[in-house]
Ligand binder design. Structure first.
Ligand code: NI
Ligand code: MN
Length: 228
């Protein structure tokens, strides 16, 4: 079984695992880095890390068109159900569930989670996925640095996805400290260069990470994929 990770710019990621297509934080319309329209997105599951507009994105439209199940925290899952999304699955921080595509645990994230219409969005999260072929992927999504990343790293990560954009999330310095705690085989930086406020030199970050850790940094251009 192969797993294919695609970065669509910002915090939007596609993951094909086995015969399932997942999209994490499906923000296409209004995402200046996205290379495809939300209308062309295929999905079986949509994972939404928190309530902010650049993460909820086009989840409702994609779910209604494709019949995909939206997985998020309990409050956000309920909000999507109220908006007419048929299939939702709510979890909470620290809780895992065996989905058809693998075992998904919601992890801590230090961030906000207010929904676009002002509704309460519960607590933001990251995702720790154990695929059906036993790979471990951690998607930090929007978060500041926290020491419990050490605990996530103890699971033995094949891949970690971390933000480096600064201002709203970890910047390059804290993202390097995160890699030191997570110790993934591969790290992919996200949540940068979407807008001028999030401008970062990813090549410089890659050089620092690869000098100071054993982790390989994979820089994707929006629309590019990686087999893991
Ligand atoms: Ni956010
Ligand atoms: Mn964000």
């Amino acid at each position: 079984m192969t797993n294919k990770l695609t970065w669509h710019g910002h915090a939007t990621l596609g993951l094909e695992t086995g015969r399932y297509k997942l999209v994490i934080d499906p923000f296409f319309e209004g995402n200046p880095a996205a290379t495809i329209s939300s209308k062309d997105v295929a999905a079986d599951f949509l994972l939404v890390s928190h309530g902010h507009g650049d993460h909820v994105g086009d989840a409702i439209a994609i779910a209604k068109r494709t019949g995909a199940t939206i997985i998020s925290n309990h409050e956000i899952a309920g909000w999507f159900a109220e908006k007419g999304v048929e299939k939702t699955h709510g979890q909470h921080l620290g809780g895992g569930h065996k989905h058809p595509f693998g075992y998904l645990k919601l992890t801590l994230a230090l961030h906000g989670s207010g929904l676009p219409d002002g509704s309460y969005g519960g607590n933001p999260c990251g995702f720790l996925l154990t695929t059906n072929d036993g790979k471990k992927f951690y998607f930090a999504q929007d978060t500041g640095l926290f020491g419990d990343m050490k605990l996530i790293g103890e699971e033995g990560l094949d891949l970690a996805v971390v933000p480096i954009g600064d201002n709203y999330t970890m910047g390059p310095d804290d993202a390097l400290r995160a890699v030191k705690m997570l110790e993934p085989k591969i790290v992919v930086p996200i949540h940068y260069n979407t807008w001028p406020l999030l401008a970062q030199d990813a090549n410089a970050w890659k050089e620092r990470v690869e000098k100071e850790t054993k982790t390989k940094v994979m820089l994707l251009k929006p629309g590019e994929s990686l087999s893991v």
